[in-house]
Design a protein around this ligand. Structure first.
Ligand code: C2E
Ligand code: CA
Ligand code: CA
Length: 661
């Protein structure tokens, strides 16, 4: 199970590494080609620039070494002598014939053609370039011979066209302009000879760059892929036991459920919770606790078959999916025995018990969420009745569709402050003084009206939402008490807490934090716990109660007599108060047996040094009998019903409040 591969359906569908490589290769080709195009383009324009420079140099050389020495120094506007014309014609004819020049013209400083080797241009309009050169500027450009608007004749290949001023005798004696066309082909052949080498080197360089980039990105994506695999594994596994975590469990469980449905076979989902694990953590330290969890994880893993799913949900809770088993109770009972087998931790032999709740799909539900929630209910029942392995039983579950939606609604109700607190006073027997008040929650439901706690607390108690609810109650009750005024500064406040609250390791800390934030004394708060809630997970419950009572919070046992409290547990708990269940008070004046039971419970409470409270006193007849039993405090409709805080303030004003009980 450890290395069970995660199926593609579980994650994203990914391309194969080869496909990825192709995609990367194609993508990286784009920038490399772009670099090639840009560099190639710049090489070409550099070649043209060099060609023009070379053309200019050739023209300059010809002007200085051949044309200027032929002239007599008179401005060309005065015309050429016949010997000048003859020598120029010879020069031009030789040059054109040799192919080094395509056309040669001389112009005067006004731009008029004075000499033309082929007789062209005499009647053309004057070009701007000619005038620029007449002013001393050299003009060089690439053109086609006869492409100028003023040229006539057949258009030939590319030429370098140069206009340059002619100086004779001195550097200031500008006599005219030379217009010369040089064939570009030999020049570019010359220049390109060097450029071709550059192009080849560029191509080789880019190809190398491309290959190196490809290799690097292949390596990087390979590493990333491996890292993603590791991250995925870590996000789906528990680091301590290396088992799948709840997230992966949910996915594997629903895959298994749908596979089993197709095979028309039942699937078992179980939740395993260790029983005295907190004790191990507290006495042997967290490190040994972790060690123990890892050992138990290993044991479970080796005991289960390959197709079964095992996960650690966190803390000391594990989840199991069994497919295709005969009797799940047998398998799970054996699993429980496997857990119980002796272990060596920190040199000590230990045996850990576990409570297991399970469901069988499709009988007990179909969706993973529903099944897990029901397995959790069964596990809690298993803990409460200490019976090891228990299958979900509808009658022990307060869930049905409408209740389920009520719990969902309650989640929002807490956030949107739909909950309200009513307060019921506790009155001292004989003295008729207010010794404290109990906060009782109600839900102002938008459609169903004001709901009593009996309607929703038993549902909420089966979910983690009870943590939020209790926190809300503690926080609001403390804050509303603060608004009663200084006269009631010492009035004691009781709040009810559930089994699930006590099982949470940070519960006591959270309550103490709320007390601190309300800037009140811990001794002003009484925490009421029922006998049954103590039995669900005694170790954790006792730990939470001890932590609170050490800080000064009073602990009260609620509904006393209605459950089966172990008297030994009572003696060892830091209890301050016993609240006798209303069932013993009802009709006590006409039921001598109840009066006798109440008397002995009061006796027991006093023996243990506890304040004894009688709940649900409704009539003066009942009060008389209760008073006769020696009970210390009564709470009931006879004095006051639970009421909202503003009514309580008015009610208290009419009463006396003792400083403390
Ligand atoms: P409880 O803690 O035993 O609270 C006493 C219940 O008895 C209250 O019912 C109260 O209104 C009722 N009661 C008081 N005097 C008389 C009387 O003279 N006659 C009769 N017939 N009833 C009387 P309520 O408010 O409906 O609460 C019911 C139960 O809901 C509580 O029983 C408690 O277990 C639970 N509960 C209430 N508030 C909270 C809360 O904030 N958190 C938790 N976890 N449970 C709560
Ligand atoms: Ca109570
Ligand atoms: Ca009670």
């Amino acid at each position: 199970m450890r290395d069970r591969p995660v199926s593609p359906a579980n994650g994203l569908r990914r391309n194969s590494p080869l496909q990825q490589l192709f995609v990367i290769a194609a993508i990286m080709l784009v920038p490399v080609l772009l670099i090639g195009l840009v560099l190639g383009g710049s090489y070409r324009s550099e070649a043209t620039r060099r060609g023009l420079v070379q053309g200019r140099d050739e023209a300059l050389l010809m002007a200085q070494s051949a044309v200027e020495p032929l002239l007599n120094g008179q401005p060309l506007s005065k015309g050429l002598t016949s010997s000048e014309t003859t020598r120029l014609r010879t020069l031009a004819t030789d040059a054109v014939r040799s192919g080094s020049v395509q056309r040669l013209r001389l112009r005067d400083l006004q731009g008029n053609v004075i000499f033309s080797d082929d007789g062209s241009g005499f009647h053309d309009a004057i070009e701007d370039e000619a005038l620029d050169a007449a002013h001393g500027h050299m003009v060089v450009r690439l053109t086609h011979l006869n492409s100028d608007s003023v040229d006539r004749g057949k258009v030939k290949g590319l030429s370098v066209e140069v206009y340059l001023p002619l100086y004779v005798g001195s550097a200031t004696n500008r006599v005219g302009v030379m217009e010369i066309y040089l064939p570009y082909a030999p020049i570019s052949a010359d220049v390109n000879a060097g450029i071709h080498t550059l192009y080849r080197n560029l191509a080789i360089g880019l190809a190398l760059l491309y290959l190196i980039l490809l290799a690097i990105s292949h390596w990087v994506t390979g590493r990333l892929r491996r890292q993603v695999k590791v991250n995925t594994y870590q996000s789906e596994h528990d680091a301590l036991t290396d088992l799948p975590n709840r997230v992966l469990f949910l996915r594997m469980a629903s895959a298994e459920l749908s596979a089993a449905r197709k095979r028309a076979q039942p699937t078992t989902i179980a939740i395993i919770d260790l029983d005295r694990f907190k004790e191990v953590n507290d006495t042997l330290g967290h490190q040994n606790g972790d060690l123990l969890l890892a050992m138990i994880g290993d044991r479970l893993r080796t005991h289960l078959r390959a197709p079964d799913v095992l996960a650690r949900f966190g803390g000391d809770e594990f989840g199991v999916v069994l497919s295709d088993v005969g009797d799940p109770t047998d398998v799970l009972t054996r699993l429980r025995e496997v857990i119980q087998g002796e272990l060596q931790v920190a040199g000590l032999p230990l045996s850990i018990e576990a409570s297991i709740g399970y469901v069988v799909s499709p009988n007990d539900g179909s969706s993973v969420d529903e099944l897990l929630q029901r397995a959790d209910v069964a596990m809690y029942v298993a803990k409460t009745v200490r019976s090891g392995v228990i299958r979900y039983d509808e009658s022990q579950d307060h869930y049905d569709a409408s209740n389920l939606s009520l719990v969902t609604e309650l989640r929002h109700a807490i956030e949107s402050n739909q909950l309200v607190l009513h307060y019921q006073p506790k009155i001292t027997v004989g003295g008729h003084e207010v010794s404290g008040i109990e906060a009782l929650v109600r839900w102002q439901h938008p459609e169903l009206g004001l709901l009593n706690p009996d309607r929703f607390i038993p549902l909420v108690e089966q979910t983690d939402l009870i943590d939020e609810l209790t926190d809300w109650v503690v926080q609001h009750a403390l804050s509303e008490m603060g608004t009663l005024g200084s006269r009631f500064e010492t009035l004691n406040l009781s709040v009810n807490v559930s089994a699930r609250n006590l099982a949470r390791s940070d519960f006591a800390r959270q309550v103490l934090h709320r007390i601190k934030k309300a800037t009140t004394e811990p001794s002003r708060l009484t925490v009421e716990v029922t006998e049954t809630s103590l039995m669900a997970d005694p170790e954790r419950a006792v730990a939470s109660l001890l932590e609170m009572s050490r800080a000064g919070v009073r602990i009260s046992i609620d509904d006393f007599g209605s459950g089966q409290t172990s008297l030994g547990l009572l003696a060892n708990l830091p209890i301050a108060e016993l609240k006798i269940d209303r069932s013993f008070i009802q009709d006590i004046h006409v039921n001598p047996a109840n009066a006798a039971i109440l008397r002995s419970m009061v006796e027991l409470g006093h023996q243990l040094d506890l304040v004894v409270v009688a709940e649900g006193v409704e009539t003066s007849d009942e009060l008389d009998v209760v008073t006769a039993t020696g009970c210390d405090v009564v709470q009931g409709y006879f004095y006051a019903r639970p009421m909202p805080s503003d009514q309580l303030a008015a009610w208290l004003e009419r009463r006396e409040v003792p400083s403390t009980l």
